[in-house]
Write a new protein. Structure first.
Length: 244
């Protein structure tokens, strides 16, 4: 259950865009972003605060529907990490159900925040926080027994639940000016790439099949799914929370 796969040089230029399998290599939107150690430290501090808020929100929401939320651990990494769910590569974040842990590449998260800050003239923090909220959404859905046959349905639910977290943050008075725009910007950057045709019909069909298997949704779909949760809360994402 990953947020997206991208590539970057460690603490250097961060280029957004490509899924893990060749030959899909879309152009990066704008100039590369330089990510410093200070950027990473600032991003990690914001993520830690948001993680605590996520734990509180979902613990309370589960209690209201008669369930217990087992708060996932959070583990940051650089480059590559081995988890019980397999290797997690750079420029990614992933929830592993086997050890109930959210893994995130701290340079990738800091780069997302910095790119949002540059584009929107804000601090950009919600672009990184949205990644963790999305992965927590996977934990929420899976702990309630929701696991869909298609990748897109799983990812759409997690995007929606990330939006529900933003709604709760707004209710708690924790949202800053520009936070929603930052989250939406991050979602739009993480939309599925459009593969370039190779001219080989068989190979193109294989690429499309792989993309469908790993689909997170187009940029418009991801933004729409986040907005659904932000507009109507967790009940818009999972029937378990409706009517409470």
């Amino acid at each position: 259950m990953s947020f997206i796969t991208m590539w970057r040089s460690r603490f250097g230029a961060l280029a957004m865009g490509a899924m893990a399998f060749a030959p899909i290599v879309p152009k990066a939107p704008g100039r590369p972003i330089e990510v410093t150690t200070r950027d990473v430290q600032a991003s990690n501090a914001k993520i830690k605060s948001a993680y605590d808020a996520l734990a509180t929100m979902w613990t309370n929401d589960f209690r209201q529907i008669g369930h217990r939320f087992v708060v996932p651990r959070i583990a940051r990494y650089e480059s590559t990490v081995m988890s019980p769910c397999g290797v997690i590569r750079p420029n990614n974040a992933e929830y592993c159900e086997r050890d109930n842990t959210i893994y995130y590449d701290e340079v990738f998260a800091a780069g997302m925040a910095k790119r949002a800050a540059t584009a929107l003239n804000t601090d950009g923090d919600m672009a990184a926080i949205g990644i963790i909220a999305h992965e927590t959404g996977h934990a929420v859905a899976m702990q309630l027994g929701h696991f869909y046959r298609t990748s897109y349905d799983n990812e759409a639910t997690a995007d929606c639940l990330a939006g529900a977290f933003a709604k709760q943050a707004e209710h708690d008075g924790e949202l800053e000016a520009g936070d929603v725009d930052e989250a939406l910007y991050g979602m739009s950057l993480a939309g599925d790439p459009t593969p370039e045709p190779t001219g080989n019909a068989r190979y193109d069909a294989i690429i499309q099949a792989r993309l469908a298997k790993q689909s997170h949704g187009t940029r418009d779909q991801r933004v729409q799914n986040f907005r659904a949760g932000f507009g109507d809360g967790a009940g818009a994402c999972l029937e378990d929370f409706r009517g409470r």
